[in-house]
Design a protein around this ligand. Structure first.
Ligand SMILES: [Zn+2]
Length: 137
């Protein structure tokens, strides 16, 4: 699969996720979607992400979750049902709530990504045999 094909598949999956979230009486706004490599480098220096973020490949998005009263939820426990749905949409989909660092889970519950699956080319982002990374984005 070429990168552009995967990017369009990712976008389609995001649209399904947003429809699903709305069907559960929540709504979202967009956080980071595309991230310039320069910004990823700044985040990496600040310890808020990694330099090879899938945001830079247009294969990740952060969504801000709200209920119908407009209350914002940041704790990943509210995102978990949507993470389960996200990972059911495609084998390469990963939810940030399942990421680990130093053996413990990290709070990146608003992050949804599709790991790259390009013929003959994969960027070095952790352990693809389990699909679990050891660092946040
Ligand atoms: Zn993210």
């Amino acid at each position: 699969m070429k990168l552009w094909q995967q990017q369009t598949l990712f976008a389609l999956n995001v649209s399904k996720l947003i429809q699903y979230i709305n069907s559960r009486e929540f709504s979202v706004t967009f956080g980071d979607a595309y991230r310039a490599p320069e910004m990823a480098a700044i985040y990496a220096k600040e310890g808020k992400g990694i330099i090879n973020s899938l945001h830079c490949k247009r294969l990740a998005i952060d969504l801000n979750l709200f209920d119908l009263n407009g209350d914002y939820f940041s704790d990943q426990k509210y995102y978990e049902q949507f993470g389960v749905y996200w990972e059911s949409l495609h084998d390469n989909n990963r939810w940030g709530g399942n990421f680990t660092k130093h053996g413990g889970k990290i709070n990146d519950g608003n992050h949804f990504e599709m790991r790259e699956d390009l013929d003959g080319y994969k960027i070095a982002l952790g352990d693809f045999t389990t699909g679990k990374r050891d660092f946040p984005l």
